[in-house]
Write a protein that binds this ligand. Structure first.
Ligand code: AMP
Length: 179
């Protein structure tokens, strides 16, 4: 299990898709799933850049992971993002459902993130939603990287400020899977 971590705009989705296509891994992005599934008030909240509730996110991830072959390598993009989410995942690992994850932490400067998101122009890439997602990342998600390390999970940090091809190569190298 590879956990792709990094702020919005770090390139998780682009890198995740490329890894999946090149190595034949399943690729699961909670953001992509929710953009397809979520309706009503919670959809608006999502588009405002607010995190969805842990209960809901965990319920969906739990079900999605039932339908893929988790004996094979797979990538989770955008999960876990909070402490309850990583605690749930670690419980699953401990119970033997999945092998221990490796975290790929994509590091990019705030300036590069902003430039990329402005170019991407997804519907939730408004200035306000970008700011909210960045703040949540700093306050809620980034601290859990250290927490995962404390729990003995391997975290590889990759400079993700370069071109997609350069970042892909760095990820493959740090995972020891380069061709
Ligand atoms: P992303 O595509 O990863 O940027 O996610 C888009 C949006 O989906 C986020 O801004 C959240 O509203 C929601 N979302 C995705 N994954 C999670 C998660 N693990 N926990 C809470 N909300 C999430």
């Amino acid at each position: 299990m590879i956990l792709l971590m990094g702020a919005a705009g770090a390139g998780k989705s682009m890198q995740g898709h490329q890894l999946a296509d090149e190595y034949g891994y399943a690729y699961i992005s909670t953001g992509e799933i929710f953009r397809v599934l979520i309706t009503g008030k919670r959809r608006n909240e999502m588009l405002e850049g607010k995190l969805l509730s842990d209960d809901e996110v965990i319920r969906v991830v739990d079900r999605v992971l039932e339908i893929i072959d988790t004996k094979e390598q797979f990538i989770l993009d955008g999960f876990p993002r909070t402490k309850p989410q990583i605690d749930w995942l670690l419980e699953q690992v401990e119970s033997g459902r999945f092998t221990r994850p490796v975290v790929v932490n994509l590091e990019v400067t705030e300036e590069t993130l902003r430039e990329r998101l402005q170019k991407r122009a997804r519907i939730d890439d408004t200035d306000e939603a970008i700011a909210r997602r960045f703040n949540d990342y700093q306050a809620v998600t980034k601290p859990i990287i250290a927490y995962m390390e404390e729990k003995g999970i391997r975290v590889v940090s990759v400079d993700a400020g370069g071109s997609p091809a350069e970042v892909h190569e760095s990820i493959a190298k740090s995972l020891g899977i380069e061709n």
